[in-house]
Write a protein that binds this ligand. Structure first.
Ligand SMILES: [Zn+2]
Ligand SMILES: [Zn+2]
Length: 399
């Protein structure tokens, strides 16, 4: 099974290598082979008109499989929805096609894309743009070098002002997450969408540091003892203790174990408070869990609750109340909270922000500030992990 898995992943990349257009960049030159990933842009939006602007490198424009012309620096090219076809227009050209491709022919090619209908902000991307139609919308796909994709995701997720070891942690986590999930949209003809469902990707990074972090950790992903890509879960702040995976999701995963974390304790999302009217709180547990809110002894249990260490349940007796559902229903930042009665309200005093499984971002960032290496940080939040490069795939295949 393991062999089949690695062979499959290997074929995925080799497949892209053989079908790729003849262009290279500094990442591919270093690694000796092309690694691209197809991301659907504006995934859940109905786009009917965009403009393409050439930024750097050279682009050949194809209608179906026929090369039409080179994109120049002077004028933009319009791409419009026309029934089931794509209408391509520029100053001296107009034509309808099933699909249109903007294929880079030089190193470091990038373009801007402006959604005109609906009107969205201009975005900048690297590498290839493919446009066809689907469900009365333009289907816009960016086929991009995976390291550039990873760098773009890191910028949109955590911004540009972070210590470099943290940037490296994030690039490895994003790359692992992307490759662990790359079959999500396979039936739709691309690997990942550009939204939270996969990872938010609104364009290339403009940070040299993030670019360098992706380059320096190029190809690295996290695998477990069986050489399977791990679920590289992360969130903002654990509040001092991370969670076992089975306590939040149904599955127990060996690399997602609870650890105590003092690094995130004084960070932005370390503590929170929320007040909820007492009536509303009691009504909620009565309605959802059939809780006896007229029994004063029982009521006391849900008006005064502590968890010096993380618990999984608010109550785990006749009234089975998992904290993760309370968090979801009451829209709380975490499940790591205490409850106190405060006049007509109940006061939730909480720690952390997010589900608490895997990497605590604010803790990881603090570790990086204190001088820990990205390897130490990853090993702190994920148990029993190994870093491997794709160039090691042959090694795993031969096992
Ligand atoms: Zn998706
Ligand atoms: Zn933490």
């Amino acid at each position: 099974m393991k062999k089949i898995f690695w062979l499959f992943l290997f074929l995925f990349f080799v497949g892209h290598l053989t079908s790729a257009s003849a262009h290279t960049d500094r990442y591919r030159e270093v690694n000796g082979k092309e690694q691209t990933i197809s991301i659907r842009l504006f995934n859940s939006y109905n786009i009917s008109s965009i403009n393409f602007f050439h930024v750097s490198g050279d682009y050949s424009v194809y209608g179906d499989s026929i090369k039409l012309f080179e994109a120049d620096d002077i004028s933009f090219i319009s791409v419009l929805l026309a029934g089931d076809s794509v209408l391509l227009q520029k100053s001296n050209f107009s034509g309808k096609f099933r699909s249109v491709r903007f294929v880079p022919v030089a190193a470091a090619s990038s373009f801007k894309i402006k959604s005109v209908q609906p009107d969205y902000k201009i975005r900048t991307y690297d590498d290839e743009l493919q446009i066809s139609t689907q469900f009365k919308s333009l289907r816009i796909i960016n086929r991009v070098d995976i390291e550039k994709y990873v760098a773009g995701v890191v910028q949109w997720e955590v911004g540009t002002n972070n210590p470099q070891e943290f940037n490296k942690v994030k690039t490895i986590v994003c790359r692992t997450y992307a490759l662990g999930n790359w079959r999500r949209h396979e039936d739709e003809g691309f690997q990942l969408c550009d939204e939270v469902h996969c990872q938010v990707f609104k364009g290339k990074t403009f940070s040299q540091n993030i670019d360098r972090a992706a380059f320096e950790t190029s190809e690295y992903i996290l695998v477990d003892d069986s050489a399977r890509i791990i679920t590289a879960a992360f969130y903002s702040n654990c509040g001092g203790q991370t969670m076992n995976s089975e306590d939040v999701w149904s599955k127990s995963v060996l690399c997602l174990r609870s650890v105590n974390d003092t690094f995130c304790l004084r960070r932005a999302n370390a503590v929170w408070e929320k007040r909820i009217p007492k009536d509303l709180w009691l009504d909620y547990i009565k309605t959802k869990y059939n809780y006896p809110v007229n029994d004063s002894l029982q009521v006391r249990k849900v008006l005064s609750f502590d968890q010096p260490n993380r618990k999984v349940y608010l109550l785990n007796d006749d009234y089975f109340i998992p904290l993760k559902f309370v968090r979801e229903d009451m829209k709380l930042k975490s499940t790591f909270f205490t409850i106190r009665e405060e006049g007509e309200n109940v006061l939730f005093t909480g720690r952390g922000f997010g589900h608490g499984v895997g990497l605590c971002q604010e803790g990881a960032k603090r570790m990086a500030e204190l001088g820990y290496s990205y390897i130490k940080i990853l090993n702190y939040y994920y148990a029993n992990i190994h870093l491997i490069r794709f160039s090691q795939l042959d090694f795993f295949k031969a096992e």
